[in-house]
Structures are given as structure tokens and as C-alpha cells.
Design a binder for this molecule. Structure first.
Ligand code: V47
Length: 448
């Protein structure tokens, strides 16, 4: 029999069979209707998604969205991470990665080291080099353009290509300061100057790091000294204007509150509304552009001209050089070794729920990544069924977080990634950084 609990608003659905259908939260029905109609969820909807005990209802809705956008495809890539230096002028409380110059364990890689990493990447059939580091106080600006050029040219010299996804927005601003082009009166000019030079050197896209949580209170308590949300968003906007795609992250499970996570997601989707309008999408009333509206193609299909459905076009011809956010990557806080080590960090269900909420709130981000290095592969499988469509790649070395405090060598082979995806009920698709399908013959590859 249906029951309503006045305090919670929970209503049990009529029992089906001996075990019934568990506790369905009927308050989610209105949210489900919006999701199915391709409408944008409000912050209050987001709060309900976090508050409801019906976590499976939330995951099921997120799964509906990921299947609408990607069917049964789930993406992985063959990549390699290169942390060029862990020396950092900042001392963020959540971070275990940074060292001060001269500290035990501090390192800065020279270009010979970089070339060797490229050789290994090419030998392993990688399509992408993901490179980030600390804010090194002494390296000259040319180090960074040389780094990018070296990766590109070494790979080409070996008869291959490597997409360089490098430098968080925080590093881009640091580089503008090193190059002495960052002026408070016009910070965007300095950001553009840096990005133009990096692009010229061969930079292909920006990773999503350094966003943390877009909130001044959290910023001042946990990563004071880092750029704030407005500057982070400026860097990504300029990158999009220059035709570079970017990703975004949210680092959750430390001192922030769930409401602050939702505000962060809202700020990201507004920035994506702008990016998509530059790509030719027209917004619904209220300015929102959701990819869940019936007949709306994915931005990669628009950018590469393979959209089969007509775009709700605002402008024509398409400015094919416009970039956009590809992927949101929810990053669970790892306390070990950081100044916030006393905090417990988020547990499994919170990770699953945050992934699903990200899928539902970020209705205009084509992809949601369950970064297996941080989530673990078994958890990434559950996430594939709860909104994620991507688990990232072979990675090889990862120095920023280590599950169980183990080593920086965190590698899985393609077979393991494919098996994990198949076990979760999806078809593994190898993608390049821009989400084009990779066709492979051993270590030789090309994109469709
Ligand atoms: O910016 C640092 C985070 C980020 C900790 O764009 C921590 O495809 C948890 O951005 N616990 C770097 N997180 C990683 C990153 C990323 C990873 C994978 C793919 C992509 C992509 C981007 O890691 C940092 C910071 O937000 N981080 N310390 C920690 N203790």
C-alpha cells in the first residue's frame, strides 16, 4: 500500500512482488519530468538530489541522461601523464603533491626526460600526453613552450602524433605572470597572450584541474593564493575563443558543503552556455542550452561537421574554431599526506551520488568522466551505470594522488579498461582527446 511520511515527503510505491520496489522518493518525480523534457534543473532540484535517500533513483536518472547522449558507448583513451615539476609556489591545504625547491622529493624534468617519456608514450600507442605541474617559481616562460613543442616534434619524428593536453588555468595565469604580461587592469590580455603562444607551440587543449570549488569561503580556507573562480573561468573562456577545448573538475569532499558544489556546477554550465552559443547553438528561454533537449546534437558532432540532426542554429555559418567544455571530472578529495589529513574524505556512496548529480546538473556538458585512478576501477564501473560515459585512460604515471598511498606507477592496459567497461554493460570505444573514435592497428592509429 502507498504510504506518505509527512516529515520526509517520501512515498513508498505500491509493492511489486514480495520485496516491493524499495523506497521510491516521489519528490523526484518532478525532477525526472524536467530531465526527460530536457529542461535545466534548479539549485533546489540539486539539493533534493543530494538529500534524498533514494540514491538509486538519482543514479537511474543520470543513467537515462548518459544513455540518451551516448547510448551504450563508454569511452577510454590511451594516454600518458607527465608531471613536469612538483615544485610549487603555493601551499594548498588539500594538496600532497607539491614540494618546495630543495625539498626531498622535489623534481623538475628537463627536455631529455620529456623526450624519453614521449618515446615510451609512442611505443605504447598513446594518442595523448597530459601534462601539468606546480607553479614553479623560477622556470622561464620558454620552458613551457619548449615542453609542448618537444612533445609534438618528438612524436612526429617517430612517425606518430601526440595531442598535448596541458596546464591548468592556474598554471596559465602563473605563466602570464612569469612572462610579465599579466596586468590586473586587463588580465584577459595576458591570458590570451600565453594561450596564443602555447597554441602556436602545439598545445591541443586544457585539462580541467585547478577549479577546486568556486566559492570564496572555501578558497580562502583551503587554497588561498590560488586564482579565484572568475579568473579560472576567464582562462577557459579565452581558450574556447581561441578554438581550444577544455575540461572542468570539481574537487569535493573536504571543507565545502553540498550547496557550494551545486553553485560550482551552475557556474560551469553557464560558462558552457556561452561556449555553445559561440559554436552556433541557440539557447532555450532563460538562456540555458541543454544537450538533453530532443534533437540536440553533441558539440563534437557540430565541431567536426558530423551532426546528423539539424542544430538549433543561432548563427550561420558555424565558427568551426570555437572551443567548449568537453568533460566534467568530479575529483574525490584524498586526505592522506595533506594538511587536511584529519578529514575523512568522501566515501563510496557520496562519490557515486556526486557523479550522478554532476551528470544531471551539467546538462550541457557532453561527457562525465569517472577518473578511475581516483575513483578506482571497480567504482568507475558503478559510475558508468550512474551517469559516467568515460573512465579516462592508461595513464601510466600519476603523481597527484595515490590510492592507498601506493606508488606513482598506476597503469592499466587497454584490455583491462575494455574488460571493466564490458562488465559494466557498455561497449568500449577508444577515443582521442577530442572524443573522436580511434581506429587502431597495433600501435598505429588514426581517427575516424
Ligand atoms: O587540480 C590535488 C586535484 C587536480 C588532490 O582534464 C586532488 O581530463 C583529490 O585535474 N585529492 C589535477 N584531488 C587532476 C585533474 C585531472 C585529472 C584527470 C583528468 C583531467 C582532465 C584532469 O587534482 C588538481 C586538484 O584539483 N587534487 N590534490 C587531493 N589530495
Amino acid at each position: 500500500m502507498a504510504t506518505v511520511t509527512a516529515a520526509s515527503g517520501l512515498m513508498d510505491a505500491p509493492a511489486e512482488g514480495r520485496f516491493g520496489r524499495g523506497h521510491r522518493d516521489r519528490r523526484l518525480d518532478a525532477v525526472r519530468e524536467k530531465v526527460e523534457a530536457g529542461e535545466r534543473l534548479s539549485l533546489a532540484d540539486g539539493e533534493l538530489l543530494y538529500a534524498t535517500p533514494d540514491i538509486w533513483g538519482v543514479c537511474e536518472m543520470a543513467d537515462g541522461v548518459r544513455r540518451l547522449l551516448h547510448g551504450d558507448a563508454a569511452y577510454y583513451n590511451v594516454n600518458r601523464h607527465l608531471n613536469y615539476s612538483n615544485v610549487c609556489a603555493l601551499s594548498c591545504k588539500f594538496c600532497e603533491f607539491y614540494r618546495k625547491q630543495g625539498d626531498e622529493g622535489a623534481y623538475t624534468r628537463d627536455l631529455e626526460y620529456v623526450k624519453e617519456e614521449v618515446r615510451k608514450a609512442v611505443a605504447g600507442g598513446a594518442t595523448e600526453m597530459h601534462s601539468v605541474g606546480g607553479l614553479h617559481p623560477y622556470l622561464p616562460f620558454e620552458y613551457y613552450t619548449d615542453l609542448v613543442r618537444t612533445i609534438r616534434e618528438t612524436a612526429r619524428g617517430l612517425g606518430s602524433e601526440l595531442h598535448v593536453k596541458a596546464f591548468t588555468a592556474v598554471e596559465i595565469v602563473h605563466l602570464a605572470k612569469i612572462a610579465r604580461v599579466y596586468k590586473a587592469a586587463d588580465r584577459v590580455a595576458g591570458i590570451r597572450w600565453v594561450l596564443e603562444r602555447l597554441k602556436e607551440a602545439g598545445l591541443g587543449s586544457l585539462p580541467g584541474g585547478g577549479a577546486e570549488v568556486f566559492d570564496d569561503r572555501v578558497h580562502d580556507e583551503a587554497y588561498k593564493g590560488k586564482i579565484r573562480s572568475d579568473v579560472w573561468l576567464d582562462v577557459h573562456r579565452v581558450a574556447h575563443e581561441l578554438g581550444l577545448n577544455t575540461n572542468a573538475t570539481i574537487l569535493y569532499g573536504h571543507i565545502e558543503e553540498r550547496r557550494e558544489r551545486l553553485v560550482h556546477m551552475d557556474m560551469l554550465r553557464r560558462a558552457q552556455d556561452e561556449a555553445l552559443s559561440r559554436l552556433g547553438y541557440s539557447a532555450a528561454e532563460g538562456g540555458a542550452t541543454t544537450l538533453t533537449r530532443p534533437g540536440t546534437p553533441l558539440p563534437e558532432h557540430v565541431a567536426f561537421g558530423s551532426a546528423s540532426a539539424p542544430l538549433p542554429i543561432a548563427q550561420s555559418p558555424l565558427p568551426s574554431s570555437a572551443g567548449y567544455f568537453q568533460t566534467i571530472i568530479p575529483l574525490p578529495f584524498f586526505p592522506d599526506g595533506s594538511e587536511l589529513e584529519h578529514l575523512p574524505g568522501p566515501a563510496g556512496l557520496e562519490n557515486l551520488r556526486t557523479l550522478a548529480v554532476s551528470r544531471l546538473m551539467l546538462d550541457n556538458f557532453p561527457h562525465v568522466k569517472a577518473f578511475w585512478i581516483m575513483q578506482t576501477l571497480p567504482m568507475a564501473q558503478l559510475m558508468l551505470q550512474s551517469g559516467a560515459d568515460d573512465i579516462d585512460g592508461t595513464v601510466v604515471w600519476y603523481d597527484i594522488t595515490k590510492v592507498g598511498g601506493t606508488s606513482t606507477h598506476q597503469e592499466v592496459n587497454v584490455w583491462t579498461l575494455q574488460k571493466a567497461i564490458r562488465e559494466a554493460g557498455f561497449e568500449p570505444i577508444e577515443r582521442d582527446t577530442l572524443y573522436r573514435r580511434v581506429i587502431r592497428d597495433g600501435n598505429a592509429w588514426h581517427v575516424e
